[in-house]
Design a protein around this ligand. Sequence first.
Ligand code: HEM
Ligand SMILES: *[C@@H]1O[C@H](CO)[C@@H](O)[C@H](O)[C@H]1NC(C)=O
Ligand SMILES: *[C@@H]1O[C@H](CO)[C@@H](O)[C@H](O)[C@H]1NC(C)=O
Ligand SMILES: *[C@@H]1O[C@H](CO)[C@@H](O)[C@H](O)[C@H]1NC(C)=O
Ligand SMILES: *[C@@H]1O[C@H](CO)[C@@H](O)[C@H](O)[C@H]1NC(C)=O
Ligand SMILES: *[C@@H]1O[C@H](CO)[C@@H](O)[C@H](O)[C@H]1NC(C)=O
Ligand SMILES: *[C@@H]1O[C@H](CO)[C@@H](O)[C@H](O)[C@H]1NC(C)=O
Ligand SMILES: *[C@@H]1O[C@H](CO)[C@@H](O)[C@H](O)[C@H]1NC(C)=O
Ligand SMILES: *[C@@H]1O[C@H](CO)[C@@H](O)[C@H](O)[C@H]1NC(C)=O
Ligand SMILES: *[C@@H]1O[C@H](CO)[C@@H](O)[C@H](O)[C@H]1NC(C)=O
Length: 533
Amino acid sequence: MFVRPTFSILAIVLAPAIAYTWPSPQLDALEAIRYDQVGFNTIDTTLSSFVQPCNLYLFDSVAGGLKSGRSDAADWIRTAYHDMATHNISDGTGGLDASIRFPEEQARAENTGNGFVNTAGIVFAVFDRYVSMADSIALGALIAIESCGGPEIAFRGGRIDAGEVNNPGVPMPQESLLEHTQIFERQGFTPTEMIGLVACGHTFGGVQSSFFPDIANPLNDANDTEDVSHFDSTFVGFDNNIAGEYISGTTQNPLVAGFNQTTNSDSRIFGSDGNRTMRAFAQSPELFAATCADLYARMLDTVPRGVVLSEVIEPLPVKPSKVILTMNGDTLELSGFVRFWGLGENSTRTVNMLWENHNGGTGNSSLVFAGVSSSTGGKYTAAWYGFNPSSTFGFLSLDPVAGVKSLSFLVDGTLENQNGLGFAVQDSYMFSKTSCSSGAPLTGRLDVAVRNDANLTRLYIENKTFDSANRIVIVEVDVPRPAAPVAINSAYSLWSMNLTDQGVEFNLGAEIDGVKYSTAEAYDFEGFGTCST
Ligand code: HEM
Ligand SMILES: *[C@@H]1O[C@H](CO)[C@@H](O)[C@H](O)[C@H]1NC(C)=O
Ligand SMILES: *[C@@H]1O[C@H](CO)[C@@H](O)[C@H](O)[C@H]1NC(C)=O
Ligand SMILES: *[C@@H]1O[C@H](CO)[C@@H](O)[C@H](O)[C@H]1NC(C)=O
Ligand SMILES: *[C@@H]1O[C@H](CO)[C@@H](O)[C@H](O)[C@H]1NC(C)=O
Ligand SMILES: *[C@@H]1O[C@H](CO)[C@@H](O)[C@H](O)[C@H]1NC(C)=O
Ligand SMILES: *[C@@H]1O[C@H](CO)[C@@H](O)[C@H](O)[C@H]1NC(C)=O
Ligand SMILES: *[C@@H]1O[C@H](CO)[C@@H](O)[C@H](O)[C@H]1NC(C)=O
Ligand SMILES: *[C@@H]1O[C@H](CO)[C@@H](O)[C@H](O)[C@H]1NC(C)=O
Ligand SMILES: *[C@@H]1O[C@H](CO)[C@@H](O)[C@H](O)[C@H]1NC(C)=O
């Protein structure tokens, strides 16, 4: 029998995304976590190492691993859904806002299981000032899906972390089909979309007997030591087996063929339209993948009213990273890397960096290959080059008077200058290596080199603090403008401040022509040179 697919693939094609302009600290950070997953320069974007490979389970109780029957990928996807599932589309409350991190929310019957505490611990370790806990949850789920054979998902950033728990509202297996339909409607999904979203989620993972003894029995299986009854036979990967096994009647899904009729919620949901949607999914892996790409994106983008997400973040074709200027005596040290999306290692490729200075001149230096990174289960690669021609982690020494205003790159002779804009570099202020610290308790002096011709109205330390809900709050501590500036050279003077309790690590911020800037690097007070007195 021919069954008309319920979803049109054409309707699901993503709106074209526009690449943003570099630098943009928050988008740069989100883009990096999204696209720099494995390999060079991924130390700061390490979320993916807690998500993949797909058979990874970090909390495995069995030495040698991979025998627990569980997977971190499944934990991330369930966490994202349960965090979002509190959303009420009519009053705009709830949604993907990391409220699932609160122990009070985790303790609810609707959040039974240990997946949430597993992922929350990692979220606390990886989130930062530009990447909220909620964005980290969304990215963890996205990386899990994409790197485990799933479709690519349009990612938007800018989720805001809740300060308190949301109203309850996650569906539970013992509820009726009518209740589930109303719950998904409240979350913003139609009855057909409910079938889709449940199938898209339950292509991963399963039900743990220890937490759900009414649903799943212990298994006594040496390959499934945590007694997880899986939703389909391929529980660490994305595929349409969740639908194929259901339609063919071979499914072992504990929420379809479980011993307890009351909790067979997938059975009620999947059959709610006479199997029309599930049959279409079973027949077409492409339809299933395209439908899930759309539904997952909408799940991740379901946020409390008032939260404004970014455009879809695409990889920047050319992206400078960790661009850091430091004043060292009378030299301006410029370090950093540039990433070329879509390229791999190639020993015959030549890469040059050109930089415009304040005198109308242009510098030119060849760059050295630094490494390759990859993402999306190895589907994409990028080649990285360091700013020093002879060493991966070195720097270029520049004349401080000429300074540096913007960068561009030549790749085998082709100019990459961000459509004529160049890649702007802020040399109006920078950390000076004359800064020093000593002793316990720690005391010392911060020295910042400020360009005399810059319209710098404020200079400050960005002290990273946490509020009572564990959200990052940047406290700006002003570095006072010196009464009598101390010249470093003809272009820069020193602004200094004695340090006591300003936090061990901080970035430097400044307001220049009314715009706020922040350094790409955090400075470690303890790591300054030793004070001479
Ligand atoms: C009526 C709706 C739903 C019900 C009643 C339901 C119920 C459950 C239950 C009881 C478990 C077992 C959890 C455990 O043992 O730790 C589970 C696991 C899971 N659910 Fe759902 N679920 C629903 C919808 C969804 C949706 C919409 C998604 C995501 C799109 C999703 C994703 C998952 C995943 C990935 C797992 C596996 C977790 C793991 O193995 O660690 N679920 N679900
Ligand atoms: C959702 O919000 C509407 C409007 O405030 C309210 O009437 C309704 O009770 C809410 N639903 C739930 C399940 O809280
Ligand atoms: C089936 O599940 C319901 C709801 O959790 C529970 O009350 C009931 O005791 C279960 N029945 C069996 C046989 O486990
Ligand atoms: C466990 O998995 C291994 C392969 O990983 C397989 O050879 C073995 O038969 C499995 N054991 C059981 C009891 O399923
Ligand atoms: C859906 O398909 C399954 C498996 O073939 C079958 O057991 C079930 O009765 C069907 N449900 C409906 C509502 O047709
Ligand atoms: C390597 O780069 C050179 C240009 O420098 C190009 O001609 C060649 O095709 C590239 N090789 C590969 C394998 O991409
Ligand atoms: C930079 O140097 C390279 C050779 O190393 C040369 O091919 C290129 O034309 C130079 N570009 C500029 C703008 O000076
Ligand atoms: C820092 O402290 C030293 C003495 O400990 C003092 O001489 C100096 O004026 C202080 N500097 C500033 C910028 O406050
Ligand atoms: C800076 O942060 C540290 C903790 O990192 C805190 O102890 C200190 O009081 C903060 N200082 C200011 C001025 O906010
Ligand atoms: C410096 O910046 C401030 C703040 O934007 C602005 O009001 C002022 O006009 C600027 N001064 C100059 C000389 O550009």
